[in-house]
Design a protein around this ligand. Structure first.
Ligand code: SF4
Length: 153
């Protein structure tokens, strides 16, 4: 089985703070040629490092539907970059015939099931990041790095 994976989990220093979020199981999948690393925020044109961002007043699905925005800690609306990166990620996955993803938990792009609530206080709310929401809508099976450590992939 092949996966698209959050590039920061594969050891790429692409997180907002310019550091990786390495997950050994994901690194192994990439080494074995079974995973394609993608960073939706970089694909959307955002720099590394960059100010952290959270979804305000909604979830990734709401951002895709135009009902909520992704705003960084400086107050800048970065929704367009997040949506662009999500679409680019879906396009890459489709080009490779991939329908499974392992995504970084809680990220406003990659988070699956729970994301930060837009207050920059570390508070979580139910929902997905923008890319996870788009992949979910497209029928992908999504796991987070917190689930894969003990799975045989
Ligand atoms: Fe990692 Fe996703 Fe954030 Fe990129 S957008 S740094 S892949 S969590």
């Amino acid at each position: 089985m092949k996966y698209v994976v959050s590039a920061c989990l594969a050891g790429e220093a692409c997180a907002y703070d310019g550091r990786p979020r390495t997950c050994s199981a994901v690194e192994r999948l990439v080494r074995e040629g079974r995973a394609i690393p993608v960073c939706p925020e970089c694909l959307g044109g955002l720099p590394v490092p960059r100010p952290p961002a959270e979804i305000k007043d909604g979830t990734g699905g709401d951002v895709l539907a135009g009902r909520a925005r992704v705003v960084n800690c400086e107050g800048r609306d970065v929704s367009g970059a997040f949506i662009h990166g999500a679409r680019a990620t879906l396009e890459i996955a489709r080009r490779h015939g991939v329908r499974n993803a392992i995504l970084k938990a809680r990220s406003p792009s990659c988070g699956y099931g729970r994301v930060y609530d837009g207050t920059f206080t570390g508070t979580l709310r139910p929902g997905c990041g923008v890319t996870a929401a788009l992949l979910q809508e497209a029928g992908f099976r999504i796991l987070t790095e917190e689930e894969v450590q003990h799975l045989v992939l």
